[in-house]
Ligand binder design. Structure first.
Ligand code: ADP
Ligand code: MG
Length: 238
């Protein structure tokens, strides 16, 4: 069974229909890149999956369970944003353990999970630093660490690399893919960068004006574009 299923998921802001109704499925373990021009509805779609925006119509299913109207905190997923709002007064360790401490998890278990995430994200030796004493890439990894410690099955990334320079962006792409494999996660990664999409994706879903243009492997979209928009978007690197 698919891990995540969207059935005619739609969104309107007042009278303005931003997403008429989207259908797709993601298998467990899959890395799906959701790509499209600015304003095409990528963030809105992710927020509906995360429960941060109400879904106007349709149904969102995870492992066969309808989560369309479930509270965000009750969803087994983590969302990584472009601006990683770390707590500036807290150490790396405390930033990473915050959510678990709020939930009242066992301190020994918290310690174990943070240590594991520190190794996974190559943050060893930085545990006692504050965000102001870290590089942009390290801060981004702490932000991911905060999600990793919760051990969610589904990761939602909303353009997490757009604040990074080209070199760091390339490196972080690889780190995110590696993390995805190690955690055995299912991921949706949003970007407006077609190169990012082509290099990271198991499958690409291309969105325009809130409508899915095509979903398939990078090769599929490149070799067999369904329309001129897909051909132009995928075929023309920045
Ligand atoms: P993307 O992430 O692909 O750039 P968004 O999902 O942010 O696109 O936006 C999709 C469309 O929805 C845009 O036309 C945007 O102006 C509109 N939109 C987003 N959020 C709101 C909101 N809170 N109220 C009204 N319109 C919105
Ligand atoms: Mg966006």
């Amino acid at each position: 069974m698919a891990h995540l299923q969207l059935h005619k998921v739609g969104k309107s802001y007042g009278a303005v229909e931003v997403i008429p109704g989207i259908d797709f499925e993601i298998n467990s373990g899959e890395f799906l890149v959701l790509v499209g021009p600015s304003g095409s509805g990528k963030s809105t779609l992710l927020k509906m999956i995360a429960g941060l925006e109400e879904t106007t119509s349709g149904k969102i299913m995870v492992d066969g369970e309808d989560i369309t109207h479930l509270d965000p905190s009750a969803r087994d997923l983590a969302m990584v944003f472009q601006s990683y709002a770390l707590y500036p007064h807290m150490t790396v360790r405390d930033n990473m353990s915050f959510a678990l401490r709020m939930r009242g998890e066992d301190p020994a278990e918290i310690d174990r999970r943070v240590k594991e995430a520190v190794v996974m994200l190559d943050l060893g030796g930085l545990e006692n630093r504050k965000p102001g004493q870290l590089s942009g890439g390290q801060r981004q990894r702490v932000a991911m660490g905060r999600c990793v410690v919760r051990n969610p099955k589904l990761f939602l990334f909303d353009e997490p690399l757009s604040n990074l320079d080209a070199k760091l962006r390339a490196q972080t792409r690889i780190e995110i893919r590696r993390l995805h494999e190690r955690l055995n996660a299912t991921s949706i990664f949003v970007t407006h960068d077609q190169v990012e999409a082509m290099t990271m994706a198991d499958r690409i879903a291309l969105l325009k004006d809130g409508k899915l243009q095509q979903i398939g492997s990078p090769q599929d979209l490149y070799l067999r574009p369904k329309n001129t928009f897909v051909a132009t978007f995928i075929g023309t690197p920045e």
